[in-house]
Design a binder for this molecule. Structure first.
Ligand code: NDP
Length: 304
């Protein structure tokens, strides 16, 4: 491997220290930020993520509420649960975990959020503000991708703005919570952004596009999709994907990304590992947004 490994765990630890100080400061003002999660059904990834953020929220001293709904919850009941959390003054931020069961529309549930508590910017108002480069909250995963890139570039002696401006940035995956906001953030920083999805792949064009990327960000949920032969020498490769696959030797489940780590690392300037890259920062960033929402609510309350 010739690439430099970007250590997301170390970056996350630094961010976490900053949050500890912020929580203490708010506590002195008599304010305890509160996070609520809504999970419906039994999907393993949603529950695993919920457990991680709950642990972190508790460690940081935040108020925490978990709403676990059955897989057959009627949509109206899920909407009512979100509404209840929106009117709870102890809750500053709400996270709706995916996947949702088929009878509950993501769009409907997102619209039920109070935009001031929508810490992932999935409500149409917040998604619109983000698209207009005026984000209220930057969603935690794409925020973590750019935090990681900014810090890596600074530490390697470069000005991130100068690197982004005019660079070829290819983003694979265009979900509402990861790919699309990452496209907005890349454009806002002056990169020439190309958004690829499953159609690019089926058209046989995906790897033609990634081969020209200076920076590639992949969030497809497809283990090992991008290999060394699909990227150029010196690319900076950020792997958002988290996929549970059985280990070929031991048969045990292990987590892998969307990059074929070994072959991409042979050619890249820098690469993020899975686990230990974007994921740990995402968890902390969600709490960071919750604290920001608590501050925002205080500001709004004072202004009233
Ligand atoms: P979604 O399933 O919502 O979106 C996947 C996107 O990837 C879609 O836009 C899809 O295209 C595209 N895609 C799928 N297969 C291909 C392919 N072969 N070629 C090109 N594009 C493809 O997933 P998420 O965005 O929620 O998550 C993506 C991955 O990131 C998952 O592995 C998830 O576990 C992980 N994740 C990690 C986080 C972290 O903190 N590290 C946080 C959130 C997610 P189309 O739209 O055309 O279907």
């Amino acid at each position: 491997m010739s690439a430099l490994l970007i250590d997301g765990k170390a970056y996350a630890a630094d961010l976490r220290n900053e949050l500890t100080a912020q929580v203490a400061e708010l506590a002195e003002e008599g304010c305890q930020p509160g996070l609520a999660t809504v999970v419906a059904g039994d999907a393993y990834p949603a529950h695993a993520y919920e457990r991680r953020v709950r642990r972190l929220a508790e460690q940081l001293g935040l108020h925490y509420v978990r709403e676990a709904l059955p897989a057959d919850v009627p949509e109206a009941e899920a909407v009512a649960t979100v509404g209840k959390l929106c009117s709870d003054p102890r809750i500053s931020g709400i996270l709706i975990l995916r996947p949702l069961p088929p009878q509950v529309s993501e769009a409907t549930l997102y619209r039920a959020l109070d935009p001031l508590k929508d810490i992932e910017s999935v409500h149409p108002v917040n998604a619109g503000l983000l698209a207009l480069d005026r984000p209220r909250f930057v969603p935690s995963t794409p925020a973590s991708v750019f935090h990681l890139l900014d810090r890596y570039l600074r530490e390697s002696g470069r000005d991130p703005e100068r690197v982004y401006q005019g660079s070829n940035m290819v983003i694979v995956g265009r979900s509402a919570n990861v790919g699309k906001p990452a496209v907005n953030l890349g454009m806002a920083r002056g990169a020439t952004v190309l958004s690829c999805d499953v159609h690019s792949y089926r058209a046989g064009l995906l790897f033609e596009h990634t081969a020209h990327a200076d920076i590639v960000i992949i969030a497809a949920g497809s283990p090992g999709l991008l290999r060394g032969e699909h990227v150029r020498d010196g690319v900076i490769a950020v792997d958002v994907g988290i996929n549970a696959v059985p280990d070929t030797e031991t048969g045990k489940i292990r987590l892998v990304g969307d990059l074929d780590f070994r072959s991409v690392a042979e050619r890249a300037e820098a690469i993020t590992p899975v686990p230990g890259g974007v994921g740990p920062i995402t968890d902390v960033w969600l709490l960071r947004n919750t604290i920001a929402a608590a501050r925002l609510a205080r500001g709004v309350a004072t202004a009233r």
